[in-house]
Design a binder for this molecule. Structure first.
Ligand code: ADP
Ligand code: MG
Length: 461
């Protein structure tokens, strides 16, 4: 009787870990690295997903699209420029030098454009220019000091407008100037969804000098092809989709519009710590009745954050489930609970779908194990012996005890037959077509036709 009770408990307690273990393995097969079984359990109650913009919704494969020079050509710094640097490309050159050691997609786009002009010697070290004190400030940009035998030491900042234009010293009040601002050009860039990157410089030897904006670069970062279908699929699952970015609101709204995120769910101009605060605030909110993936409707929001950058680490750590883009920074991958190894946004949908399937399997396991044990316990306790003279043979009792656990394990192992849903362009989830042998045969015929190789030398993938 006691032994049977022990096995009953064993069957019930193995219902959850078995399913979670198999579910984690299945997820790994689809390129989802889940750090712990509790994450899979938490995922099924997610009802809010917050996407970062740059490098997450956008591809991170950014390209320089425009250069606006705001500095007068007769400015002292424009004199004695290094070889192959002139008034037309001076802004790009300053930005390239500052971004040389940057990991950010914006930095890489700027450096790529510079390499096309100056090759591998962007700082023009052969002309006596050297680079010092590189500093990347997450969510703002990069800065460095340029040393030149001709001009001396110049500080350079590349990034957000407020940061690039910030006063050099709080105790020195700089009079408002009539410098060109390029506001109209910047607005046009942002309306197209491009990122406006400000380039400023200052003379390090003159402490009272202000930062001078040399120009603005437009960087185009295209939206990932699967972003729209992912957002639609999540919305159809009843999930509230948000976007949070350190970029300007105009660019953010243009990108949100392309992927179907409602403008009221877009939070722009947020600092790295601000992103964390935003996630905490959302977690405190009581959600209006909303269909969720699980069977009950939690009153509080359960927030998943999907992001790629150093500046997202706080938000990833604070969220209930943090998803890091595999191609993102190491810091983001470390801080997240799930890594999207293939960097495909649709895998967020797959992860949430799989977690709901695993959760349902856990419930099924628990119900079956409970029902089985409730039925079998009276036999084991000898409840019918006084009336029917029936006694359970010890071998049969042992067999029945084992069956309880075996059924739970088998039911969990059946999760291995899970096939990820096919996500249509309109966000609808369909069945993934099974690979049929006839398809493989057709592929073989097609490969033969185009390669001219005999069938024995062609490998079917
Ligand atoms: P997101 O939050 O969308 O991922 P980031 O936080 O990475 O965006 O960047 C926010 C803003 O900070 C960018 O739009 C850009 O203006 C500025 N920025 C950040 N890093 C850089 C960089 N390396 N070079 C230039 N600008 C940068
Ligand atoms: Mg980012």
């Amino acid at each position: 009787m006691y032994t049977f009770g022990f096995y009953t408990l064993l069957g019930l307690t193995s219902a959850t870990p078995c399913a979670v273990l198999v579910g984690t393995g299945v997820a790994a097969g689809y390129g989802l690295l889940i750090k712990g079984g509790d994450v899979l359990e938490k995922m099924q109650s997610v009802n809010t997903v917050v996407f970062d913009k740059t490098g997450t919704i956008t591809s991170g494969d950014a390209k320089l699209s425009s250069i606006e020079t705001l500095l007068a050509t007769d400015h002292a710094v424009m004199q004695n420029l290094p070889n192959e640097v002139n008034a037309n490309n001076f802004v790009l050159w300053l930005a390239c030098v500052a971004e040389l050691n940057s990991e950010h997609p914006i930095g890489q786009a700027i450096v790529d454009a510079g390499k096309a002009i100056w090759g591998d010697d962007i700082p023009r070290s052969k002309h006596g220019v050297s680079l010092e004190k590189f500093n990347a400030v997450p969510g703002n940009g990069v800065e460095c000091v340029l040393q030149s035998a001709v001009w001396g030491a110049y500080g350079v900042r590349v990034g957000k407008r407020e940061w690039a234009k910030a006063a050099l010293r709080e105790d020195v009040v700089v009079a408002p100037d009539d410098d060109a601002t390029g506001d109209e050009e910047v607005e046009a860039m942002r309306r197209r969804g491009a990122i406006a990157v400000y380039v400023s410089f200052w003379n390090c030897r003159v402490p009272s000098q202000k930062r001078i904006v040399a120009g603005v670069l437009g960087v185009n970062d295209p939206v990932k092809p699967e972003a729209l279908s992912t957002v639609r699929a999540l919305q159809q699952m009843g999930i509230d989709v948000w976007m949070c970015t350190g970029d300007s609101s105009m660019t953010a709204l243009a990108v949100a519009d392309k992927v179907g995120i409602r403008p009221e769910n877009v939070i722009a101009g947020v600092s790295p710590s601000g992103k964390g605060e935003m996630v905490s605030e959302l977690q405190q909110e009581v959600l209006m009745p909303c269909r969720t993936l699980c069977f009950w409707k939690p009153a509080q929001r359960t927030v998943a954050m999907v992001a790629d950058g150093v500046n997202d680490a706080v938000a990833l750590a604070k969220s209930d489930v943090g998803f890091a883009i595999g191609a993102g920074t190491e810091v983001a991958v470390e801080a997240a609970d799930v890594v999207l190894v293939k960097s495909n946004l649709q895998d967020v949908v797959v992860a949430l779908h799989l977690s709901s399937v695993v959760f349902r399997r856990i419930l099924l396991n628990l119900c079956c194990a409970m029902a089985y044990n409730v039925c079998a316990l009276p036999f084991a306790a000898g409840l019918f012996t006084p009336f029917t003279d029936f006694r359970l043979p010890p071998a049969a009792a042992g067999f029945m005890m084992a069956i309880s656990s075996v059924s739970v394990v088998t039911s969990s192992l059946l999760l291995r037959t899970y096939r990820k849903p096919d996500i249509c362009e309109d966000g609808k989830l369909g069945r993934m077509p099974a690979k049929s042998s006839s398809t493989s045969h057709q592929n073989l015929i097609r490969s033969q036709k185009y390669s001219g190789l005999p069938s024995s030398e062609i490998e079917i993938v």
